[in-house]
Write a protein that binds this ligand. Structure first.
Ligand code: THU
Length: 140
């Protein structure tokens, strides 16, 4: 699979998902699009809660949707985030979401795409964003 070919479509999907985010408390709206190694895409948005703690990030929404449908192998995720005014900066995944990625993804291969628009993005490997991460490998 050539992930580069999927990048514009993933960013577009992440923007579509951002429109569904439920953010009455932070007004910070995030969308994500997760690509499996088979080429299927799962979207996610952040979903907040009056009790704050139960809130879920866009990235984890996408991962949990995919894993709950039987997916275990992932190639890349595109993330877009910003206030209601729009996406002005790159939005990097929080530490908890990076740890969820580490559960299912090869840190050297999994690509994290932070986008402001379909042609303005930066790419990182999971290893770059979660160096020395703890994963199932440590328990073997
Ligand atoms: N958020 C995400 O969904 N993903 C990120 O990468 C960063 C933060 C959400 C959580 C919360 O709903 C809002 O953005 C403000 O932190």
């Amino acid at each position: 699979m050539n992930i580069e070919e999927f990048i514009p479509m993933l960013i577009e999907k992440a923007f579509e998902m951002r429109a569904f985010s439920y953010t009455p408390y932070s007004n910070f709206k995030v969308g994500a699009a997760l690509l499996t190694k088979k080429g299927t895409v799962y979207g996610g948005c952040n979903i907040e809660n009056a009790a704050y703690g139960p809130s879920n990030c866009a990235e984890r929404t996408a991962f949990f949707k995919a894993v709950s449908e039987g997916e275990r192998e992932f190639a890349a995720i595109a993330i877009v985030g910003g206030s209601e005014d729009g996406v002005k900066d790159f939005c990097a995944p929080c530490g908890v979401c990076r740890q969820v990625m580490a559960e299912f993804c090869d840190p050297d291969e999994f690509m994290i795409i932070l986008a402001k628009s379909s042609d303005e993005y930066i790419k990182y490997s999971l290893k770059e964003l979660l160096p020395l991460g703890f994963s199932s490998k440590n328990l073997k």
